[in-house]
Design a protein around this ligand. Structure first.
Ligand SMILES: [Zn+2]
Length: 312
């Protein structure tokens, strides 16, 4: 059972929005692709966990603080006696380990040892549990390599690593462990999710300004721009997805507010932001219907009923 499902981080969403509305420099572009790949890997792993039969609690993307040290756990799985901390890597290509250092064969360059990061995480997590007075769980950290195109040479056998060719067997092993959960497991899962820090101070997005971004309505699926299809629908020029005008505009208002939380949502600015062949009157009607209007007349602006801006 998923207690906290996987969602795209605010950082990744902002990158997706910016990628279609401005030209990212090569550093930002590679950061974006890395985030995207990481997310795809986690998504793939979650889809495998989803099919597991058995009594488990699954918590995704949790950022915790222990004595001012922040640590992030991709996926936690709580079973009756064991808490698994999974770090999912979507690396592709050939890698090797030499004297505890990891190298990519394609580039010949050393990469950050993912085990070091994971063991830091699990030791902080153990202390976090201790402070809660919880000491009846075994905590096991496991590095999951999800991409079938990944090979690791000289991989030591005694490390907590699951390679793509071992993944099915590992999941079967999990499934075969008897696990019965009680109130204490649910309480712990609740505690962890309530301790989760929503705004990640490490997340970094490129600098951008309103004026420099390309205006228009972008597609929900591929973030390309949409054009009018008929009087009530827009259609994506790239993937052909059609969407009701009202939904498409509203989605783009949400995106606007995520990119520019400090700019007030007004009919004028949304008309300009969406830059689609629709009258100010239509935009106003959509805003009035779905958002909360503050003041009237010239100074009116709109806010979302719950000021949730998509943080998770
Ligand atoms: Zn599209």
């Amino acid at each position: 059972m998923f207690i906290k499902t996987l969602r795209e981080s605010r950082e990744l969403i902002v990158y997706k929005l910016l990628n279609s509305r401005m030209k990212l420099n090569s550093k930002n572009k590679s950061q974006f692709l890395q985030l995207l790949k990481g997310y795809e890997g986690e998504k793939e792993f979650n889809s495998l966990l989803k099919d597991l039969t058995g009594d488990f609690l699954i918590i995704n993307d949790v950022l915790l603080n222990k004595n001012n040290s922040l640590f992030q756990i991709d996926t936690q799985l709580i079973s009756q006696n064991t808490i698994y901390l999974f770090d999912v890597k979507n690396y592709e290509g050939d890698f090797y380990i030499k004297e505890d250092r990891w190298y990519s064969i394609a580039t010949g360059k050393e990469i950050q040892n993912p085990l070091t990061q994971l063991s830091r995480c699990s030791s902080l997590f153990r202390r976090y549990l201790q402070d809660l007075g919880i000491n009846n769980f075994l905590v096991k950290e496991i590095l999951i390599f999800i991409n079938p195109e990944f090979t690791l040479y000289e991989a030591p056998r005694n490390q907590p690593i699951v390679l793509p060719t071992q993944l099915n067997r590992f999941l079967k092993m999990l499934e075969s462990t008897t696990s019965q959960l009680g109130d204490n497991h649910y309480k712990l899962a609740e505690q962890i999710t309530s301790d989760h820090i929503k705004v990640n101070p490490f997340s970094q997005v490129p600098d951008y300004e309103y004026e420099q971004l390309k205006k228009g309505v972008t597609c929900k699926l591929c973030y390309s721009f949409m054009v009018p299809f008929n009087i009530k629908e827009l259609i994506c020029k790239n993937c052909g997805r059609a969407e009701a005008l009202e939904y498409a505009i509203l989605r783009n208002v949400k995106e606007f507010s995520m990119l520019f939380p400090d700019i007030k949502i007004t009919t004028k600015i949304i008309h300009e932001w969406c830059k689609v062949d629709v009258s100010m009157k239509t935009i106003r009607r959509i805003l009035v219907k779905n958002l909360t209007r503050k003041y009237h007349g010239r100074y009116s602006y709109y806010t979302f009923p719950s000021e949730e801006k998509g943080n998770n």
